[in-house]
Design a protein around this ligand. Structure first.
Ligand code: PLP
Length: 364
């Protein structure tokens, strides 16, 4: 069986280092906001090339704390509109609605699955854009964002799937005003549990976000705002520091795998994933009208595939108020996408096996 992502193999590489660091932490008895978190925040900020990184409990929290901090700072007000792609993972939209902001769903570009700047109308009601680098692709329209900037609209990046991807040398997470990262185990940089981070160059935002994530407190037992508890813990930070050193190498391997898929599946009726140097292939996504048949066929052939995502947010019962909206491109994407196995641990042979199985599907 070719697994979609063998997390066991991904993490086994670090087992010795994990064990050592775990023992150290148990011995020194410091579990929250200690040296490991501080060091990870520094190393992540350096990696992204930005001024601040703030560890939080998960990726959704990173996004919702950013928005909440902008409300605390008076940059956003409840009821303001936030533009977001309709085909994103639901977390991006939950971060908006949880803050009583109004998501304005927009159709993505069918080629990149990311925001289609040529279709966006920037009205005076739109106060922020939540730009999602979906599947790991940074598709960044510099001219569009110049215009956004001149209109004083906030740009928040959802980098849950794009860590390590860059646009003309600028890392995702350093393109907008602030960014949220997820270190969910299956992400390109995955913890051994939940974890997330915020990055920004804005001192005030960093300060406020940090306070919100720690009970609204900058100083112990002094609570300035109604905060939450969303902290990164020492053990996860220590594991992430170890894995961060290997991230670029892992992302390169993902890019190689994408190249193997593209070369070998060219000529099949599949619509392949876009080729771009700004892509870290968190997911390698193809499209076909015969998606469900292909998925079942591959399962029988010993290839595990997944769908990201089967139901768009506006069709979920969580968002009943959007159920009647029509987003034909988004709905078509959800009906036709299939994610093929990809991880730094897959061998060339694994990927060629998948390609051969797909070719057999079209021969039968
Ligand atoms: C994973 C993910 C999130 C949420 O991250 P969690 O750590 O699971 O909370 C947000 N947005 C996108 C696009 C994601 O893929």
């Amino acid at each position: 069986m070719i697994s979609f992502l063998d997390l066991n193999a991904v993490n086994k590489r670090f087992q010795k280092e994990f064990t050592l660091t775990f023992q150290n932490i148990v011995n020194n008895g410091y579990f929250i906001h200690g040296e490991e978190v501080r060091s990870f925040e520094q190393e992540l900020a350096e990696y992204i090339g930005c001024k601040h990184a703030i560890g939080v409990a998960n990726g959704l929290d990173a996004l919702r704390i950013i928005l909440r901090a902008y409300i605390e700072l008076g940059r956003l007000q409840k009821g303001d509109e936030v533009l977001v792609p309709a085909n994103t993972y639901i977390a991006s939209i939950l971060a908006i609605t949880e803050n009583d902001l109004v998501p304005v769903l927009v159709e993505p570009d069918i080629k990149t699955y990311n925001l289609n700047s040529s279709k966006i109308k920037l009205t005076s009601k739109i106060k922020a854009i939540l730009h999602v680098h979906l599947y790991g692709l940074v598709s960044w329209d510099t001219n569009f964002y110049k215009d956004v900037h001149s209109k004083d609209i906030l740009v928040i990046e959802d980098c849950a799937q794009s860590i390590g991807a860059n646009h003309n040398g600028i890392m995702s997470g350093n393109l907008g005003h602030a960014a949220g990262f997820s270190f969910y185990p299956g992400k390109n940089l995955g913890a051994l549990g939940d974890a997330g981070a915020i990055t920004t160059n804005d001192d005030a935002l960093a300060d406020t976000a940090r306070a919100i994530s720690n009970y609204g407190s900058r100083k112990k037992y002094i609570n300035e705002v109604k905060g939450i508890n969303s902290r990164l813990d020492e053990i996860q930070a220590a594991f992430l520091r170890i894995k961060l050193r290997k991230l670029d190498e892992d992302n390169k391997r993902r890019q190689e795998i994408a190249r193997i898929y593209n070369e070998n599946l060219m000529g099949t009726p599949l619509i392949l994933s876009s080729v771009s140097e700004s892509h870290v292939y968190h997911l390698y996504v193809i499209r076909t009208e015969k998606r469900d048949e292909l998925k079942d066929f591959l399962q029988l052939e010993g290839v595990q595939t997944l769908i990201h995502y089967p139901i768009p947010p506006h069709k979920q019962s969580a968002y009943k108020e959007y159920n009647e909206f029509s987003f034909p491109i988004t709905e078509n994407i959800h009906d036709t996408v299939l994610s093929l196995p990809i991880s730094p641990m897959h061998s060339d042979q694994d990927i060629l096996f998948v390609c051969d199985a797909i070719k057999r599907f079209y021969q039968t």
